[in-house]
Design a protein around this ligand. Structure first.
Ligand SMILES: [Ca+2]
Ligand SMILES: [Ca+2]
Ligand SMILES: [Ca+2]
Length: 330
């Protein structure tokens, strides 16, 4: 009651000019209305004339404390299924305290969603501590279990990251969905459910239209890229035939096949010069275009000691790159 009296005094200026009849205090500019704990006061005034002297009489003050509404929304921040690959992936969500009081929210990520081609494993749930929309290890806070946000002021939005691991067994183009839920820590329930005394400033907490519980779905599509090498040889002997004799030129063909979805990074193909043969200088080629033997600006380099090396760099699937070189049988 002491607190109420103090607030009555500070807030009564809102209604100092109240007229006869009900008057509601101007609402602060919150989406969900007057902040929980606000005291709405009303005083009626009667004005009259007594023998030429104006008089006024005030009514007693009626005070209503605004209860706390518990409401929350959650949306996926990903524009669609994110591209994943076996290993780590990050799904992003936005949580908003739609209530009119301070509230924390408990987060639960459900990975076993009907229709999934595979289920991811949840590694952690994190908060975008520096509010840049990107998860950064060591910067953004990992929530300890049970995953509960800090107490959020009304209308506060928070970016939440669900860090998942895509299993190695997940196939190319397979999809998986994660359902994240956020529940008001004070309680959830059907709209109108009351938690007596559990709201801001000792008022009640009342479940709002959202049920104080929100869910959102984030999904990913797996991309698996792989490389296969297929090697073959053709022979030209000194007599116009295909026998393998000293002096026969052996042309090796190595086909690098990049299959699946995505990009292979830093692909380098190497091959030793076989014992009993000597590299035929100037014969290294990539997709029928000559490469110099020297280690220089092009993709290829050859020496009898080190063999051939062709740096294909980043290769998008699907792709086939063909390397050829000649050796002479000693
Ligand atoms: Ca609260
Ligand atoms: Ca961040
Ligand atoms: Ca070269």
């Amino acid at each position: 009651m002491i607190t109420d009296t103090r607030l009555n005094t500070s807030l009564s200026i809102l209604l100092g000019s109240a007229l006869l009849g009900g008057v509601v205090a101007p609402a602060p500019a919150f989406a969900e209305g007057v902040t929980a704990g606000t005291l709405i006061e009303n005083i009626a005034v009667a004005s009259y004339d007594e023998g030429g002297t104006p008089r006024t009489v005030n009514s007693n003050t009626v005070t209503v404390r605004v209860d706390e509404l518990l409401d929350v929304t959650l949306t996926s921040l990903d524009p669609g299924p994110i591209a994943g690959r076996p290993g780590n992936a990050v799904l992003a969500f936005e949580l908003t305290n739609q209530g009119n009081g301070p509230e924390a929210f408990r987060l639960v990520a459900d990975t076993a969603v009907a229709g999934n081609d595979f289920d991811v494993a949840v590694q952690a749930i994190a908060i975008d501590s520096n509010a840049n929309g990107t998860y950064e290890e060591g910067v953004d806070e990992i929530l300890a279990s049970p995953h509960t946000t800090a107490v959020l002021a009304p209308d506060t939005m928070l970016t939440v990251f669900v860090l998942v691991i895509v299993p190695d067994a997940a196939g190319d183009t397979q999809t998986s969905t994660v359902v994240l839920s956020a529940a008001a820590v004070t309680g959830t329930g059907s709209p109108g459910t009351a938690f007596d005394g559990a709201g801001a400033d000792g008022g009640d907490a009342i479940v709002g239209t959202t049920g104080a519980l929100a869910t959102a779905r984030g999904s990913l599509i797996n991309s698996v890229v792989s490389v296969a090498l297929v090697k073959s040889v053709t022979l030209r002997d000194p007599f116009g035939g295909t026998s393998a004799v000293p002096g026969t030129i052996a042309t090796f063909t190595i086909e690098a096949q990049v299959t699946g979805t995505g990009t292979i990074e830093g692909l380098v193909v190497t091959d030793a010069i076989p014992a009993g043969t000597t590299y035929a200088p100037g014969t290294l080629a990539l997709d029928a275009a000559a490469l110099s033997d020297a280690t220089d600006g092009d993709a290829g380099a050859v020496s009898d000691a080190a063999g051939i090396a062709v740096n294909l760099g980043n290769v998008d699937a699907e792709a086939r790159r063909t390397i050829t070189f000649d050796v002479v049988i000693d």
